[in-house]
Design a protein around this ligand. Structure first.
Ligand code: SAM
Ligand code: SF4
Ligand code: SF4
Length: 336
């Protein structure tokens, strides 16, 4: 029988985002600024990170509580050794309807075919500009544009369905909105604009660096008319738009200007095994301690169930009230 687990605002638990590493080969300023995530930064030691077996066991438990969709993320997930073997384990769990991954893309030429063979169907590749100099400025000088485009192509060739994520920051890459929209419309790939968010504690976020959804839409509409299209399912994070008279579409993830907490069905597990019920949470719930004690699956399930039942998170809808809030989990720990 379908499990009817719901939180305090009647939101079911449907999506699980799993961060497999806190490390990354990029240093995007809005996520892991190099001056903080420098050579002396202490990343998690190996034995603090959940093994694939532990993550698979947890996923099974989450699925029994209603989860249907899994997203693998990081840090950069493709830095974790033998990621395809993990995808394979996830793919064998009965009840999992969809497995996706978010990546910066540069390792896709190496792994795309293996990932597809292991059962991955969809990949979201992050790319913030088509201008090499601009892109390097944003990722801490770690990659040019072509390496990511090669990754996107490798993924498509391997049979993966590809979407592109672009974080938009005013005064940084807002002039890249139109070139990016044109390029991916031409390629018939879905580009999703993400409003710059106040995740973590280190990216110096300010309201005036956000380009709100309506501005992004107006900019594109001035050139090509768009029309809204229905969400694929309740709780979809991006609002979808189609270029009129075509099948090409874009998405906008407007967590700042038009939040969507009301339908948020996402739980997140950090690489060290903490459960977070919101992207902006300050505290996680230690699942690693439970996994590494003598707790049974059913005891762990009861614990997760109690956490979800008590959940009241709606950070984005209450953003104005949180100006003095306690430190938040870093994006590189839970992967967006
Ligand atoms: N390394 C992978 C990547 O970049 O795709 C996966 C992890 S990354 C944390 C997941 C997504 O979060 C990326 O699309 C990234 O652009 C987005 N992101 C990171 N920091 C952000 C911020 N401050 N505001 C909005 N999106 C952000
Ligand atoms: Fe790395 Fe992704 Fe964060 Fe950029 S957004 S630093 S690629 S984890
Ligand atoms: Fe979900 Fe928290 Fe984002 Fe709201 S702010 S949509 S509750 S993750």
């Amino acid at each position: 029988m379908e499990h009817q687990l719901e939180d305090k605002w009647n939101r079911p638990l449907r999506d699980l985002r799993i961060s497999v590493t806190d490390r990354c080969n990029f240093r995007c300023r809005y996520c892991m600024p190099a001056e903080i995530f420098g050579p002396d930064y202490e990343f998690l030691p190996k034995d603090h990170i959940l093994t694939y077996e532990e993550l698979t066991r947890l996923t099974r438990i989450f699925v029994s509580l209603g989860v249907k969709k899994i997203r693998v993320t990081g840090g950069e997930p493709l830095l974790r050794k033998d990621l395809p073997s993990f995808i394979h384990l996830l793919n064998r769990i009965e009840g999992v309807e969809d497995i996706a991954m978010t990546t910066n893309g540069v390792l896709l030429p190496k792994y795309a075919a293996e990932l597809r063979a292991a059962g991955l169907k969809r990949v979201t590749v992050s790319l913030d500009s088509l201008n090499d100099q601009q892109f390097r400025l944003m990722n801490g000088g770690r990659s040019g544009v072509q390496a990511v485009l090669d990754g996107i192509e490798a993924a498509a060739l391997a049979g993966l369905h590809v979407k592109i994520n672009m974080v938009v920051q005013k005064g940084v890459n807002d002039s890249d909105i139109l070139p990016m929209a044109d390029y991916f419309r031409e390629k018939k790939q879905i580009l999703r604009f993400i409003e710059f968010m106040d995740v973590g504690n280190t990216n110096g976020w300010k309201w005036d660096q956000v380009v709100p959804k309506q501005q992004i839409l107006s900019l594109i509409q001035e050139k090509v008319p768009l029309e809204p299209i229905d969400a694929h399912y309740a709780g979809e994070v991006a609002s979808r738009y189609r270029y009129k008279g075509s099948d090409e579409e874009i998405g906008i993830i407007s967590s700042v200007s038009d939040p969507f907490c009301g339908a948020c069905s996402r739980a997140r597990i950090s690489a060290e095994g903490k459960l977070y019920t919101c992207l902006f949470a300050s505290k996680g719930h230690d699942l690693r301690a439970l996994l590494r004690s003598d707790q049974t699956d059913s005891e762990i399930e009861t614990f997760i169930e109690s956490v979800w039942k008590a959940r009241t998170d709606r950070y984005s809808e209450e953003r104005m009230l949180h100006s003095q809030s306690s430190p938040k989990i870093e994006m590189s720990h839970i992967g967006g």
